[in-house]
Design a protein around this ligand. Sequence first.
Ligand code: NBG
Length: 827
Amino acid sequence: MFIEEDQMKLDSRLEKETFKEQVKKNVKRLFRKDFKEASDKEIYQAVALAAKDVVIDQWMATQDAMEQQDPKTVYYMSMEFLIGRLLGNNLISLCAYDEIREALDELGFDINVIEDQEPDPALGNGGLGRLAACFLESLSSLGYAAYGCGIRYRYGMFRQKIEDGYQREVPDDWLHDSYPFELKRSEYSYEVKFGGYVRSENLPDGRIQFIHEGYNSVIAVAYDMPVVGYNNSVVNSLIIWDAEPKQVFSLESFDKGDYAKAVEDENLARSLVEVLYPNDNHISGKELRLKQQYFFVSASLQRAIQRYKKNHDDIHRMPEKVVFQMNDTHPTLTVAELMRILMDEEGLGWDEAWDITTHCVAYTNHTIMAEALEKWPIEIFSRLLPRVYNIIEEINRRFCLAIETKFAHDSARIARMAIIYDGQVRMAHLAICAGFSVNGVARLHTEILKNQELKDFYELMPQKFNNKTNGITQRRFLLHANPLLADWVTAHVGDEWITDLTVLRHLKVYADDKKAQHEFMNIKYQNKVRLAKYILEHNGIEVDPRSIFDVQVKRLHEYKRQLMNILHIMYLYNELKEHPDMDFVPRTFIFGAKAAAGYKNAKLTIKLINSVAEVVNNDASIGGKIKIVFIEDYCVSNAELIVAAADVSEQISTASKEASGTGNMKFMLNGAITIGTMDGANVEMYEEVGKENIFIFGLSSDEVINYEQNGGYDPNVIFNNDANIRKVLMQLVNGTYSQNDTELFRDLYNSLLNTQCTAKADTYFILKDFESYAETQKLIEEAYKDTKRWNKMAILNVASAGKFSSDRTIQEYVDDIWHLDKVTVRK
Ligand code: NBG
């Protein structure tokens, strides 16, 4: 529990001496202890509280500024926000990090240890959720008014444990000690209704009133988290919604025979916010997930409209002040719920409501993986959301007419494009039909959307389509993650890069500079030592910081081809065993990945990585030349350690499948060299850094698409002709890495060759790209041996990363889609 009244008032800066006093006082008040007896966790709570106090002043000032300046506001609607730990980042944004580090030092505490006490809320799967968090941070830092809207999952996604090489999912109890940076805002509570039926009444003025009855409902209660802008006093809010039962079970309702209903509502509330379904790209029509989507969308819209109406009389003019960005298809119900509120609660007619809606909502697509374009069975949908379903039916009817008008007699096209078809509601189609903007997240991805996946829609409404190449925030992924490199950059080009990453280009002149190279290499080495320490503590594996740190960290998915990476390691190991004296630069292969709980091959790949690690790491005959490490529970905070320490960044997806990637950018910014396919944002990184400074291999996206459409690839041919590949694949099924169960990895083997079933094999072109991958890995080794060349490449990667700031991305969203105004907050 926090006691907030009576706290010593700080001015808007965190000054060292005052801060020390404040921490001591907080420890006393919170824990009835002298700070010398306090645990690290208790100190963390006290420090967080002191920081929050300053943040709250700025937060209130921002609210005041918004009231007065009335800027247009974006609501970033997202099922996921992977915010990472907030203490360090808030201190950085307040420009107080160094001062507080010293203060803690003087009190006898290490700031890194204190920061590590904070839970890292796992409110997302991967890139999509982290992107949402980077976007909010950039919005604040650029001074735009924004709300993030999401769900306060009680247990987040899951915490990953590795047991006997297998992933085990355990609940991530991030709220256990209460989370110091959230603020419950009970005054923002809204009812959200599910089920029941709709009846209509004719009003005297000729309109029809729809009345929803017999429903279950929950109360959505807002928790706000501050999103602190860098050095500008702007603090926006991330709203995460909790669910509470409407009638808390009471004797009274029991007496009235409402017992069952009360229990039902209570269960509904609890289950709604329990976990994030880590279905990932595998949406399995989970009813509860649809409820979650409606829950947070409805609550967020109610709050946004209430806020708008507080200062504006004319609802028709809402698009001048409000825009909703839908992060993938998950929040697409925004379209229908906004229509419902405007018609049923604000009393507007269809055309007026449609006009407002279609000027307020925009959609971002984050993947072409077909299974991720959400579809819901009509039966579930109409039962759960009867009124919303009616509205979607009407949208669909009108949309099909519009298609018919432009492409007369093309019924196949209508079937392909309809929102409701074949017993299902297609959320992406609804989002595109109603959204005024549809964007992809890297140039190649947007082109594929326009020319392949969403071609029909592009032909009907080309003006909606645009690209916004993703970015990352340099405040977290360089300034906080890699303080040594951050200082080095500042020493060479000044600190302007913190708010304008393009300034990094001035580093180019140092790429060949002997002294600069030496310093750079030294920093990388120290970061590798830091990671090696983490690995020793967490995995019990000793790794050599002088070896190449070759890293692949990201969600586990077949298209990302972690399997190709581990197969290549198996191949290298075979080589080393056969030629013990071969020229070989020692390498540490580092993996980190969560697999969706129901995704069998992904989970089996984790087991394979760990099984190979077990054999290779313990084989004394190779003298430690290969080490394999699987980092448990990959998350934002360990990502920060990892990206700073990487030499090689693995971005090896099947071309055309990775929409953008953002990990690729984080590594580049920290001076790792990319080995990758021409996929997602790799293409743009290649353009920025030049072909000498990135290692590209494999099929192009056109080639992949061509094989997919016309056939012509048979992995068995490769298997039969390439003895090395054959040997590696046979090792999957002969017990080399699974002594007690030779069949353990059979499914992976089958996914590559599929000798048993008729289904297509190697749909991700692993064998096809293998040789090119292995050759390119050899080139990397050659390059690494030439220290000068390597350092030059690494520095040029940092120097060329300027484009990939989320500040740039956000500015493009603002200029082309959102048209926001800046807010100024007095300091
Ligand atoms: C992911 C893509 C990444 C992309 C992020 C952020 C999903 C559905 N999509 O390539 O796979 O970088 O979104 O745009 O998680």
